[in-house]
Write a protein that binds this ligand. Structure first.
Ligand code: PEP
Ligand code: MN
Length: 340
């Protein structure tokens, strides 16, 4: 249930509603927008709802009370005064921006990650990606450099100033990622690893939540709710392709879901065209389409020497391809009134 206050309601009134919610045994989540404040009452039972709606609805500074019937509540559009902006190391993801996060699939060496970081920074990316704990389909494939890789990412940030997004594969990885990086990536294969989601939520650090390979939108938003429910609203959703009958590309990029998710949730949504397509010649077109579909940004794989990459060699862009793509993105984003 959410309580939407009138425009002129002040701190004292917010506190009155919060106290009343807590006295009734529920948890209150306050969302302060520029226009108005919305207070969520989490844990209300259907039996209690009519009574609470009457009590809150009768207060002079309350505009209206709405029952959120969706299974995800804190991340739903109804629960917020406006769309969220998630800041990662000072870089905004959300309305008014088209934020490009780029870098190699995996950190492989100091030389490789620094070359990638310099190239993506020069081309205009705002954040660096790179995996140190890789989720690989085969146990015999390169599993990532672990903490050594995180330190190299931190060194790349120190040189370029780009905030770092990197994956935590297990709950135990979160602490290390928090120590060295700026945002925790939850991989597609872990979207429903509820212990990992809770741990990421409790860290308070921004989370990039990939959509599972076969996850419905509702399952994806419920996974986001796990993170939000322990007090972390800093969630960026990432559509990275889903499995369909089609085998021509690695996965099927579900771009129509972008405007839908933006109707259902206030969270920013970005697109990963690299894992969806699996093929570098396809990536730039999907990036342009993602911008057109209303995505808030991209997560793109770029490698200084993709032919010799230790994973995902076929899909990582060459630095010069990425620079060309960014030049196009800047022009298109300007037409749409977005800062890149
Ligand atoms: C990645 O971004 O490096 C990755 C492994 O992606 P996904 O979890 O979407 O497969
Ligand atoms: Mn990859």
């Amino acid at each position: 249930m959410i309580v939407i206050l009138k425009r002129n309601a002040g701190d004292e009134q917010v506190q009155r509603v919060v106290s009343a919610i807590e006295r009734a045994g529920f948890t209150a989540h306050v969302s302060r927008g520029e226009e108005r404040t919305i207070i969520g009452a989490i844990g209300t039972s259907p039996q209690m709802r009519p009574h609470l709606m009457e009590v809150f609805g009768g207060l002079p500074f309350v505009d209206r009370v709405v029952a959120v019937l969706k299974p995800y509540k804190l991340v739903s559009m109804e629960a917020r005064a406006e769309r969220s902006v998630v800041e990662v190391g000072g870089v905004p993801v959300g309305p008014g921006h088209f934020t490009v996060i780029a870098g190699p699939c995996a950190v492989e060496s100091e030389e490789q990650v620094l070359a990638a970081a310099r190239a993506v920074k020069e081309a205009g990316a705002r954040m660096l990606r790179g995996g140190a704990y890789k989720p690989r389909t085969s146990p015999y494939d390169f599993q990532g450099m672990g903490e050594e890789g995180l330190k190299l990412l931190a060194a790349a940030r120190a040189e370029t100033g780009l905030p770092v997004v990197t994956e935590a594969r297990r709950p135990q990885h979160i602490e290390k990622v928090v120590q060295h990086a700026d945002a925790i990536q939850i991989g597609a294969r872990n979207m429903q690893n509820f212990d990992l989601l809770t741990e990421a939520g409790q860290s308070g650090m921004p989370v990039v939540l990939k959509r599972g390979l076969a996850a419905t939108v509702e399952e994806w938003l419920k996974a986001a709710e796990y993170i939000a429910s322990v007090g972390n609203p800093n969630i960026i959703l990432c559509e990275r392709g889903v499995r369909t009958f089609e085998q021509a590309l690695r996965f099927t990029q579900d771009l129509a879901i972008i405007p839908l998710v933006k109707e259902l949730s206030h969270l920013p949504v970005i697109v990963d065209p690299s894992h969806a397509s699996g093929k570098r010649s396809i990536v730039p077109a999907v990036c342009r389409a993602a911008l057109g579909a209303g995505a808030d940004g991209l997560l793109v794989e770029v490698h200084p020497d993709p032919d010799n990459a230790l994973c995902d060699a076929a899909q990582q862009l060459r630095p010069e391809q990425f620079a060309g793509l960014m030049a196009q993105i800047r022009k298109l984003a300007a037409v749409m009134g977005l800062a890149v």
